[in-house]
Design a protein around this ligand. Structure first.
Ligand code: PMT
Length: 222
């Protein structure tokens, strides 16, 4: 970036796969590697922003030059960490993390044992807070960039998600192309346009997202 379009901006970003414990050794997670979020954190930094990263279970290293990093495994821990950072002031929030919609309600404090009865344990789930939606709907919300990871009807589900969560810029991707892979094929949805890009490296996709984010952010503060 020659013009550093995010110079002086503070960005808080979630990345990675949340982990919801069943017992001390088992849990529920997903196959997000963290590559897309790490590419975005790097692109924001290269665009001049100060970047705080709240991360879970990354399979790739964090980029250099981050202003603040904090590990938070579960959705609730990630939610708490994000709000602590936002309370210090932020211009942009980007939710790239694959966050579990549900956590285990009857989490066991000791390792579950086979009890010999032949009947498997029943895992009860309860809903997690939605970090992106809570950030987007809070008073004086930062400019929010969300993702929609879908396995079918990508555009239709992404439009509905953008409206439901109240997110100005939403990036839709198909999990079969995006999750755990080194490239991505994204559609960016905002109030003005829907931009479908061809498959490209996650670094290139991140630069396209940051470019659109910078344009919309400049316009929103006019
Ligand atoms: O990590 P990679 O292997 O590179 O893969 C990248 C990716 C596919 C994980 C990434 O591009 C992506 O799509 N991230 C969002 C994953 C996700 O949780 O999507 P979702 O459609 O379930 O959620 C929608 C949005 O709400 C996301 O911005 C998500 O971060 C956020 N969310 C969801 C649930 C929740 N409880 N809190 C949230 O903040």
């Amino acid at each position: 970036w020659l013009d550093k379009p995010l110079l002086g901006k503070k960005v808080v970003l979630t990345v990675g796969a949340s982990y919801e414990a069943i017992d001390p050794v088992r849990g529920i997670t997903n196959i997000s590697s963290g590559q897309m979020g790490v590419a975005l954190a790097r692109a924001c930094r290269q665009a001049g922003a100060q970047v705080d990263v709240i991360y879970a279970n990354l399979q790739v290293p964090l980029p250099k030059g981050m202003a603040y990093t904090e590990q938070a495994q579960s959705a609730q821990a990630m939610y708490d960490a994000v709000f602590r950072r936002l309370d210090l002031g932020a211009d942009v929030f980007i939710g790239v993390a694959a966050v579990a919609d549900y956590r285990v309600k009857n989490r066991a404090t000791q390792k579950l044992k086979k009890d010999g009865s032949g009947s498997p344990p029943v895992i009860e789930l309860t809903e997690n807070p939605d970090i992106l939606q809570a950030v987007a709907q809070r008073e004086n919300a930062p400019f929010c960039v969300g993702f929609a990871a879908e396995s079918e009807n990508v555009l239709a589900y992404a439009r509905a998600k953008r409206a439901k969560k109240g997110v100005p810029l939403l990036v839709a991707n198909d999990v079969s192309v995006a999750m755990g892979q080194s490239s991505n094929q994204i559609i960016m949805l905002d109030d003005e346009q829907e931009t479908a890009l061809p498959e490209m490296s996650k670094d290139a996709a991140a630069q396209a997202i940051v470019s659109r984010l910078a344009t919309l952010l400049a316009r929103s503060s006019d």
